[in-house]
Every structure is written in structure tokens, then in C-alpha cells.
Design a binder for this molecule. Structure first.
Ligand SMILES: [Zn+2]
Length: 248
């Protein structure tokens, strides 16, 4: 720019004369720049700043969407990122679905721990599938939570539980919302209990984990705009301690 005779504070208007681009000929340094702006029409309108398209304002969201790669939605999207989610539960469930929890089998493989024994003292190896919900401790919690959701079925493998929830808990109906919240709350509180045992040497019984799940889910349901009045949801409201048929 210096060799072209332009100061470092030069403005665009200095290379425009009588409505046309007028670049200094002294230097080849600006040739590339000259070629790149050739197709930009010169306007006498006041300057304005746009993002991507004329008239579009900048936002961090539009910048993020501009640089990220888009993929098709995963099947489990709606059971994690629904509008009434509890953020810390959703994040924990998302980690589990991405296989991102640092379970002991992974830590043992890289030499961080010397034993991969399950923190729930069942004698098995701690893996993601074991924690959710093959472990006897976890399965007692999840079975009870499913019963509170009025669901009676055998427990499934982690992948099949996710698949089941993705197809039976994705709608806007009250009972689907309860299932989604209960699923995420169970994953969250089991992981917290695992950490409590590993790092604080404090052991809660499984009934206490169920109580914590119920407390979070019913708290969230009770904060909704209105309670269900449909008779089919009456027992669900009783199970979770949510008022039935009242308007907030
Ligand atoms: Zn176990």
C-alpha cells in the first residue's frame, strides 16, 4: 500500500474518481485487490454494514450458522433439545448420547485409573452401557422411573433405550414430555451419583436417586403454564406429585 502511494489510513473513496475505480498504476501490489473489487458496483449512497446479504444485520447466531457444517438431525434430537428441557440434564444426556462420558473403561485404557470396577459396587466393569442401565443399581432406578411414567416393559440396552425414547417420547403430549424429562434426569443423577462415590466417597441409596429424579422432573412440570386436565394423565400426575387439572 505504501509503495502504491496510499497511506495506511487510506479510505475506499481515495481510489474512486468520477464514479469509477481509479487505482494507482505505480505498484503491482494492488493489482490483485484491483481485480477482486472490479465487479463491485460503485454507489453514491451512504455506507452501511451488512452481514452476508444486503439488509441483513450481524448476529453471533448468523456468524455461527455461516461457518458451521450442517448435518441431518439425529433421531434423538427431540428427546434432548426440546423446549422444556432442564439444561444441565440435557447437556448430560447429550454427552451420554455422544459417548463422551469418561467412564472407567476408557480411563483404564489410557492408564488414568488402575481399576474399572463399577462405582455401584456390582463387581462389573464400568462402561457407558453398564451405567445406563445394565448395572443392577442403575436398573433399579430406571425401572422405578419407568413405572412412574406408567411404562411397564423389560429394560433394554442403551442403544435400544435411546431408540425407544426417540420414538415414544418425541411428541408434544404431556406424557411424552414426562418421559423425556425423566430419561434425562435419570442419566444425570446416575452420573452425579457415580461421581459422588468416586470423588467424595459419599454413597446414596438408589431410593434417594429416584427421589432426586422425581424432585427435578416434578419441579419442571409444575413450572409449566398449565397442568393437564385430561383424565388419562391423572395417574401420571399422581406418580410425579404434579397438580392435576389446575391452571397456574
Ligand atoms: Zn454396576
Amino acid at each position: 500500500m505504501f509503495e502504491a502511494g496510499l497511506s495506511k489510513h487510506a479510505r475506499v473513496k481515495e481510489v474512486i474518481r468520477k464514479g469509477e475505480w481509479c487505482w494507482p498504476q505505480a505498484s503491482c501490489d494492488v493489482v490483485e485487490l484491483q481485480q477482486r473489487v472490479r465487479s463491485i458496483p460503485i454507489s453514491t449512497a451512504p455506507d452501511s454494514i451488512h452481514w452476508d446479504k444486503v439488509g441483513e444485520v450481524f448476529s453471533t447466531a448468523s456468524a455461527f450458522h455461516g461457518i458451521r457444517q450442517r448435518f441431518l438431525s439425529v433421531d434423538w434430537h427431540d428427546i434432548v433439545w426440546h423446549s422444556s428441557r432442564i439444561p444441565k440434564h440435557a447437556f448430560s444426556l447429550w454427552l451420554a448420547l455422544r459417548g463422551a462420558h469418561r467412564t472407567k473403561d476408557k480411563l483404564l485404557a489410557i492408564g488414568v485409573v488402575h481399576s474399572a470396577d463399577c462405582a455401584f459396587l456390582c463387581g462389573e466393569t464400568e462402561t457407558l452401557q453398564h451405567l445406563f442401565f445394565q448395572c443392577p443399581f442403575s436398573s433399579m432406578v430406571w425401572r422405578e422411573v419407568l413405572l412412574m411414567c406408567n411404562i411397564v416393559r423389560p429394560l433394554l440396552s442403551w442403544a435400544d433405550e435411546v431408540l425407544w425414547m426417540s420414538t415414544h417420547a418425541r411428541g408434544s403430549a404431556f406424557h411424552h414430555n414426562v418421559r423425556r424429562l425423566a430419561f434425562a434426569a435419570t442419566v444425570y443423577h446416575l452420573w452425579i451419583e457415580r461421581n459422588r462415590r468416586c470423588f467424595k466417597n459419599v454413597f446414596l441409596p438408589y431410593q434417594e436417586i429416584i427421589r432426586l429424579v422425581k424432585q427435578d422432573v416434578s419441579g419442571k412440570l409444575a413450572s409449566g403454564k398449565s397442568y393437564p386436565s385430561c383424565e388419562r394423565y391423572h395417574s401420571l400426575c399422581v406418580n410425579w406429585g404434579v397438580p392435576f387439572g389446575e391452571v397456574n
